[in-house]
Ligand binder design. Sequence first.
Ligand code: FEO
Length: 396
Amino acid sequence: MYCRQKITERLFWTGVNDRRKELFENIWPIPYGVSYNSYLIKDDKCALMDTVETGSDRYYLDWIEECLDGRELDYLVIHHMELDHAGEIENLIARYPDVKIIGNSKTFKVLDAYFGKRDNLCEVKDGDMLDLGYHKLKFVFTPWVHWPETMMSYDITDGILFSGDAFGMFGTLDGGVFDDQVDFSFYEDEMRRYYSNIVGKYSSMVQKAFAKLADVNINTICPLHGIVWRKNPSKVISLYDKWSRYEAEEGVVVIYASMYGNTAQMADYIAHQVSKAGVQKIRVYDVSKTHMSYLINDIWRYKGVILGSCAYNMQMFPLMESLTRELEHMGVKNKNLGIFGTYSWNGGGVKNLKEFASRIGWHMVADPVEVHGRPTQEKIAGCDILAQAMAEAVKK
Ligand code: FEO
């Protein structure tokens, strides 16, 4: 009773929905789960496009066998060796020992590292073709989207792109599998959170992949996570294009670290002043309460970022430090930045945030605001200036 989905006469979605895992990559919360997509092409030759995470469905290989309906599996195409997709390769080979494994030289290095030396390897180069009969796959190398070995394949017959992690998202496929079957407004936020946290660091490589695919007519996109795009693939292409160019919306995210509420008060005051200046999309987060992945998602989404930290052991608050380190690691670009904070003795929060600002190179909209002790009205004039400047910057 497997819920495989027919995409075309010869192509099937053979993926798995994972609603048990709490943390993707053991770090990113997935309250709505995630799907590991694989696809089976039944043509003159049969090819499985990637597998799924080990153990995500103990019957996965049985479903593949059922879908093959007595046919031999001729090829396994590996677009990406990360184990959320490569996890069942070893079991698949055990069941189909003659299957030919399609990958590139880098694919096979990692395959060897995980599963040992394997026979029946067919190395492809960028632009090589695989003729399955009706379907003819062209391999397009897309390194660092999101590992060095990643590649896509493009079926030149029907214009189907097997895109790897690109165009993926968090969130299971609850009933519908295709873009015309689901309410995308439910998925968009989780798609951006997936993009910003998993793929975003490699945005320049996403742009390179777009350049390679510029002349290709794409009718359907089959990613390794989330919705299959058959009605309006241009929608997901334009979203990924926008995010990978760091194009953001008019809006401001305020994130603060506060032990006893003083910095939190400043955050609320600044957000209120930004609102009075005419910005409607404003989100305020306590860095200790909300997982970093949601903060990064909104940082990616909005043009304006205002960070506040109390002093903690003469430094910024540890969780704010963790967030800023991750932002630097990801190389997030093109943001307007405001900084604020409080201290009781020697300071450190605002000092560290200023150092972060100089390293990441975002546009500082106003001087940082630092308050000694309680943020009374006479101490926070700088917050008005900061809020006004931020509102003007994001509305440009
Ligand atoms: Fe979905 Fe990079 O693995």
